[in-house]
Design a binder for this molecule. Structure first.
Ligand SMILES: Nc1nc2c(c(=O)[nH]1)N[C@@H](CN(C=O)c1ccc(C(=O)N[C@@H](CCC(=O)O)C(=O)O)cc1)CN2
Length: 284
């Protein structure tokens, strides 16, 4: 078997075209949605991601508000930018690019954000809303994964999903999304403390690999016919190396490439959160 590709680049492009129509409709009513970003420090990966988010905004007609601080910025300086964006009426929603440089308290910064302007779905209020089933912004990577599966008609209802990695942007929240009645999956969260990772993986209909360990998932870990989503990003001299060994494509029915899979979907769902926030506000 050779796996079919879960093409995140093409799917994100389709979502962006749909969003451009919604943005145009908002503009006809005098509403211009705006995305803010806060980038602290000089990590090249984070800069690339933030620049990509603003390129996407330009593509669909969302206004960009960029704030940058040096790696030496103090907690107070970062918090001052957050307060400024909370108060900025042109900013529909914003993100603080993670991770923040060492020495800064990430959770305090996230908590200071106005939850109604949380474009990432990572504010404690947004995660609480998701847990309680209240409408609100969804975390972009998990949301992107669900949308990628849905648009490729991969069955989520009743599926055994094994997630590897307990980071804040994916592993911590994806179970909340996939176990909603609308998705109806059974989710196991594995991490570095999991005793027999392979045993869990071999039961999975869907694997979400978000550990950041190059080629962690081997063909022998994967049930024939499973869908495998590669979220991990490590780098070597040739560029991005994912969590999934390329030979997994010989066993799985579906595989997301990396790059070109979940990453572009994360960016598309961020834009989606901004458009939804603008539409919610316009509806009063
Ligand atoms: N505030 C946030 N910080 C971080 C998030 C997040 O969702 N919110 N997730 C990641 C980084 N990230 C978005 O910010 C992100 C990662 C990857 C991509 C992407 O398009 N990747 C490309 C490959 C690019 C490369 O060469 O590295 C791809 O997969 O095709 C977009 C966004 C951590 N921080």
């Amino acid at each position: 078997m050779t796996a079919q590709i879960l093409d995140g680049k093409a799917t994100a492009a389709a979502i962006k075209s749909e969003l451009a129509v919604r943005v145009a409709a908002l503009k006809e009513r005098g509403i211009v949605p705006g995305l803010g970003t806060v980038l602290v420090g000089d990590d090249p990966g984070s800069r690339w991601y933030v620049n990509g988010k603003h390129r996407d905004c330009a593509e669909v007609g969302i206004a960009s508000i960029q704030r940058e601080l040096p790696a030496t910025a103090t907690q107070q300086e970062v918090e001052a930018v957050v307060r400024e964006l909370n108060a900025d009426p042109t900013c529909t929603g914003y993100i603080v690019q993670l991770p923040l440089p060492k020495g800064l308290d990430q959770n305090t910064v996230l908590e200071l954000m106005d939850p109604d302007k949380d474009a990432d779905g990572l504010h404690p209020t947004s995660l609480g809303r998701l847990a309680l089933g209240i409408e609100g912004p969804l975390p972009c990577t998990p949301y992107g994964i669900v949308e990628l599966l849905r648009r490729h008609k991969v069955e989520i209802d009743g599926a055994n999903v094994v997630v590897v990695g307990r980071g804040v942007t994916v592993g911590r929240s994806i179970g909340l999304l996939l176990t909603r009645k609308t998705e109806n999956a059974t989710v196991t969260l594995c991490h570095t403390g999991t005793r027999d990772l392979s045993a869990h993986l071999r039961q999975a209909d869907i694997i979400v690999a978000a550990a950041g360990v190059p080629h962690l998932i081997k063909p022998e870990d994967v049930k024939p016919g499973a869908a495998v989503l590669d979220v991990g990003v490590s780098r070597d001299e040739n560029g991005v190396v994912g969590d999934v060994d390329p030979r997994v494509a010989e066993v799985a029915a579906w595989i997301s490439p990396n790059p070109g899979g979940v990453g572009p979907m994360t960016r598309a769902m961020l834009l989606n959160n901004i458009v939804e926030a603008a539409e919610r506000r316009a509806a009063g």
